[in-house]
Ligand binder design. Sequence first.
Ligand SMILES: [Zn+2]
Length: 120
Amino acid sequence: MARIYDTAKSTLALRQRKRFLLSQFQIRPDSLRASLVERFSRCGKSNCHCHHGGDKRGPFYYLTQCLAVGKMNKLFLKTAAQQHSARAGIDHYHQLQEQLEELSQINAELLRREEKLGHE
Ligand SMILES: [Zn+2]
């Protein structure tokens, strides 16, 4: 679900906001569309405390990527560096996605007002 942006502004204000958004757009090289999942789990030894009510092992971090309905790409992130890179990449992807979504909502509103959407 997308965040709803305030488009109840003057056409001039929407155009100014649009110009600002366009000036901010930047595709960061580490952009990553994925989720970071934290898991605690039991180890392989059945006599270990984690199988008998003790704390589970973890946290373990996984990157998950939904590629299609029912098709999930899952990757175990072994190192702290991988986890850090994943967090930053996911963040950058979200930033761009939000800016693009706001631009799209402004364009829909401008279209409703029978305004041009392209370059003035
Ligand atoms: Zn264990």
